[in-house]
Design a protein around this ligand. Structure first.
Ligand SMILES: N[C@@H](CCC(=O)N[C@@H](CS)C(=O)NCC(=O)O)C(=O)O
Length: 219
């Protein structure tokens, strides 16, 4: 398989999930940086009508939505399978990915992560403390549910990494860089250990915000 281009921005947790999947498969790709503020105008808006990242381009085949991209890469790339064969395990993987999209991102990371990291670092905005405080009850619920789903396992679905881990870890690693992480995970020590385990993987060390910024500069 050749000719993969990933259109994204350094620091994007969704983009990182895609890059980490390439790394887990030891597959090559080209990183095409979407310049700040350019996602909602041409040429990017033709790639993604909702003006978001990431977008995968594979020999002219265009695909947006991170879950769809991860599943596509798992199907077309050689390397370790990242989807369990057992139907119940595969369903658990899908469930965790949807918890990440629907509950962890919406109302938690797009509030706390935005006001603590994206706003101050990229837009020069002060954090909105009221918005952050209002997001905390949902954040506690989401983290406690992810902790329950992980249980005593090394990864979300058993002993090996799956797309669920690759999808959730970039979101949680983003949240872990905020002061809210410590209180939020006070009763979720399994999530803390799992995030250390994910961050130790070569695929995660190769896709930090800084490493992707270097990639973007070199492109
Ligand atoms: N559902 C989309 C979400 C992608 C998304 O929200 N990406 C963020 C960056 S991490 C983005 O493009 N934000 C720009 C915006 O909100 O306008 C996916 O799974 O790919």
């Amino acid at each position: 398989m050749s000719g993969f281009i990933i259109h994204s921005v350094p620091g994007s947790p969704f983009g990182r999930a895609v890059l980490a999947t390439f790394a887990e498969k030891a597959a090559a790709y080209r990183f095409a940086s979407v310049p700040p503020g350019a996602a909602k105008s041409e040429p990017h808006i033709s790639r993604h009508p909702f003006g978001r990242v990431p977008v995968l381009e594979h020999d002219g085949f265009m695909l947006y939505e991170t879950q769809a991209i991860l599943r596509y890469l798992d199907r077309v790339l050689s390397g370790p399978a990242l989807t369990p064969a057992d139907p119940k395990d595969a369903a658990r993987m899908d469930q965790v990915m949807n918890v990440s999209d629907w509950y962890l991102f919406h109302g938690v990371n797009n509030v706390i992560g935005f006001h603590r990291i994206v706003g101050p670092r990229l837009l020069g905005l002060a954090p909105d403390e009221t918005a952050i405080a209002n997001a905390m009850p949902k954040a506690y619920l989401v983290l406690s549910e992810l902790s329950r789903l992980l249980g005593g396992k090394s990864y979300f679905v058993g002993d090996g990494v799956t797309l669920a881990d690759l999808h959730v870890a970039p979101q949680l690693d983003f949240l872990a860089k905020t002061p809210e992480w410590k209180p939020l995970t006070a009763n979720c020590t399994n999530l803390i250990s799992w995030l250390y385990r994910m961050n130790d993987r070569a695929s995660f060390q190769a896709t930090t915000w800084e490493r992707v910024a270097e990639l973007a500069k070199a492109a």
